[in-house]
Design a binder for this molecule. Structure first.
Ligand code: ZN
Length: 296
């Protein structure tokens, strides 16, 4: 049995799976917004599972951000009370065992690679397009973290070949660079580009409502959205050439994406043949917590 924990800013979710991936138990608690509280929350989930089901083989934790390869301290986490803390070391001390800690987009990619939409494919690129944008790479069902723990960080590469309009109708990224993929393909990024162009105050759902009512400007926005995704993903394909690309996060539920992205992407690839498919995830919101459990 394996334990996976998905540490979010508001909730911490735990899952216990057997070696075939079958879910045996699940537990969700509120994330305490302080360091000691976050650690004791995780310990309580592990202890509860092990009291009810016996000892587990491994504990994996997925979280936004990562552990710095230089200092072993947490960096880039939006649960900001973890930044700069020796989170992995402290958890290992409390639980008296090794704990696997990984970025949540990497966990998503791993989950889909093991028994999701990427099952049977050696190289899987997982993309989260939700409130934020992230990416993760799984190779032979292992996370490729990279020398600096940033492999797959696709949200903060620039959209290639931006037009004047694309430079004009976009917000500056919180990472302080201009033109990051996140500012175009996250839900808030998509909405904010639309709002800047049309002087509206919509969220992504409101744009999708217009789209469903066949409004021209919303159809155009969705077509551009798919084109942005395709241009961004073409970089990944030209470098990594993955076997499959799996999309997750709220925006991945838009079926229009899958009707057009595969044709669109082909246009931007440096190859006469291109057989990589972009597909929707299988595990939905459970991708992160299941991927955490598969970490080893
Ligand atoms: Zn950025």
């Amino acid at each position: 049995m394996k334990i996976g924990i998905d540490l979010g800013g508001t909730k911490t979710e735990g899952i216990l799976i057997d070696d075939t991936g079958k879910e045996l138990a699940r537990n969700r608690i509120k994330t305490e917004k302080n360091y000691d509280g976050t650690i004791s929350g995780i310990i309580s989930i592990v202890k509860k599972f092990e009291t009810d089901f016996g000892d587990s083989e491994s504990v994996g934790i997925g979280m936004p951000g990562c552990v710095s390869s230089d200092s072993a301290l947490v960096k880039n986490a939006n649960s900001i009370w973890l930044n700069g803390k020796p989170f992995k070391k402290d958890l290992e001390k409390e639980l008296e065992r090794r704990v696997n800690l990984e970025n949540d987009a990497n966990c998503f990619a791993l989950s889909e690679a093991v028994d999701g939409a990427g099952k049977g494919h050696p190289v899987v690129f997982g993309v989260i397009i939700g409130t934020g944008t992230g990416g993760g790479i799984s190779i032979n069902q292992k996370v490729l973290a990279g020398k600096n723990n940033i492999a797959g960080e696709w949200g903060h590469v620039g959209l290639p070949n931006r037009s004047d309009d694309e430079k004009k109708y976009v917000k500056r990224c919180y990472c302080e660079k201009n033109g990051c993929m996140e500012t175009y393909v996250s839900g808030p990024g998509f909405a904010s580009s639309f709002n800047l162009k049309h002087k509206t105050d919509y969220d992504s759902h409101a744009i999708l409502n217009e789209f469903n009512n066949n409004e021209t400007r919303a159809i155009e926005a969705l077509e551009n959205y798919v084109d942005h995704l395709a241009r961004g993903l073409s970089l990944v394909c030209n470098i990594l050439d993955p076997d499959i690309i799996v999309l997750g996060g709220g925006m991945s539920n838009i079926s229009f994406i899958y009707e057009h992205i595969n044709t669109s992407l082909k246009k931007y690839i440096f190859s006469d043949t291109f057989n990589t498919k972009v597909v929707k995830n299988v595990h939905g919101d459970s991708g992160g917590v299941r991927g955490a459990a598969w970490l080893s």
